[in-house]
Design a protein around this ligand. Structure first.
Ligand code: NAD
Length: 372
């Protein structure tokens, strides 16, 4: 056991210290108590390096990594020097585990890092996923996987070539409400799925942010939250769309000079079934509606980090508070430990990107039907 393996985030350390005290007080050897935490090779928590310390990393991923059983925050990669001290203190990250975007590739030799989690603006996902793969690290990449099909394919290839696993940050696959929806088509609980309506939109603030810049975001709300609708339609039907039509709308607001303000689209699934979706940066919608042969299912809010509500047939869905991000990261850590495949691999992100490219193509062709 190296001294580095002993390092745990401060809050975890406090928990483990408490564990040590209680272990001693009931006569257990301290080592066996610690082993049940993270130090034996079988139980060792895998180290995660967060790349990009913006809103999602700070607000969701890092705090969730204090709740995970199979991984912990071992390193950070940031372009903002001022963030280093606060993060190092809060998460007990040693100096040698702090990287910037230039020296990131040195992470290859860092034994504390098993998984690199890319949480950067969309157009940077491909570069950092490929660099992480070349460094021999397993990768979780945030959604949208990248900004083009070609990039997604290059990322999958890089991970395969370097024999590392790739997973996309589709947290909802681990959420109990969405698992119910995913199981609808698998188990046939409500019979054939006839129609899906998935909408996700919010009103965007700061006009200078990267989400409104084509070069960094790759597109507007479709890339950001519309991708959840594509996902929801695909897993609600349990089938892949074969064609679509899409329409873009712009009110003339100066914010939307580079990216679309609102997009609506309709996807055709096998047997003539259709889905209908809206995504936007200029309204607030957050819902999923599934119409099936023997009843309906609905989630509203549908895509939030928590507080989801809904019903499935006659059943009101009501699950206890759940940490989607901790479940998602623990599942990937187990994939790595047991050499199994992620339920949301790169191929899943690639399928969505093919739909996204088809949506942009249809918009360019004034709503024409585009095969996927
Ligand atoms: P953010 O703007 O809060 O953070 C972006 C980070 O990237 C910042 O730390 C910033 O310093 C860094 N960065 C590096 N180069 C940059 C550049 N050229 N321009 C701007 N920022 C730069 O964004 P976020 O909300 O944390 O989103 C990051 C990624 O995570 C996005 O791909 C987003 O889609 C995804 N995300 C996913 C979820 C989810 O629920 N799965 C939620 C939020 C965000």
């Amino acid at each position: 056991m190296t001294s580095k393996e002993n390092r745990v985030p401060r809050r975890d350390f406090i928990k483990k210290s408490a564990l040590g005290v209680s272990a001693l007080s009931i006569g257990l050897p301290l080592n066996s108590a610690i082993a049940s935490g993270c130090t034996s090779s079988e139980n060792k928590k895998l180290g995660v390096a967060l790349v990009g310390l913006g809103g999602y990393s700070k607000g969701q991923l890092a705090p969730s990594l204090l709740e995970t059983e199979h991984c912990y925050l071992s390193a950070i990669v940031t372009g903002t020097k001022e963030k280093e001290k606060a993060w190092a203190e809060e998460y007990n990250i040693p100096k040698e585990n702090i990287y910037n975007y230039e020296n990131f590739d040195d992470i290859a030799s860092n034994k504390d890092v098993d998984i690199v989690y890319v949480v950067l603006p969309n157009s940077m996902h491909a570069e950092f996923t490929i660099r992480a793969a070349k460094a021999g690290k397993h990768v979780i990449c945030e959604k949208p996987m990248a900004v083009s099909v070609a990039e997604c394919e290059a990322m999958i290839k890089a991970c395969n070539d370097n024999n590392v696993k790739l997973s996309i940050g589709y947290r909802l696959h681990f959420d109990p409400y969405h698992k119910k929806i995913i199981n609808l088509s698998r188990e046939g609980t409500l019979g054939t799925i006839n129609h899906v309506r998935a909408d996700f939109a919010f009103t965007i603030g700061d006009p200078t942010q990267w989400r409104l810049k084509k070069s960094l975001a790759g597109g507007g709300a479709l890339m950001d939250v519309g991708v959840y609708c594509i996902q929801a339609c695909r897993y609600s039907f349990g089938q892949e769309p074969i064609a679509l039509r899409a329409q873009a709308f712009n009110s003339g607001n100066e914010k939307f000079k580079e990216v679309n303000e609102t997009i609506t689209w309709q996807m055709e699934f096998p047997d003539g079934k259709i889905s209908n979706s809206t995504t936007s940066y200029a309204m607030s919608v957050n819902s999923l509606f599934v119409s099936a042969q023997k009843g309906k299912a609905q989630l509203m809010p549908a895509y939030s980090y928590g507080g989801l509500k809904g019903f499935l047939g006659n059943e009101t869905l009501d699950f206890p508070k759940f940490n989607q991000q901790a479940a998602q990261m623990d599942a990937f850590a187990l994939n790595v430990k047991h050499n199994t495949e992620s339920i949301v691999p790169g191929e899943e992100g690639l399928k969505d990107m093919k739909v996204i490219e088809a949506i942009f193509k249809s918009i360019e062709q004034d709503g024409a039907r585009v095969l996927i």
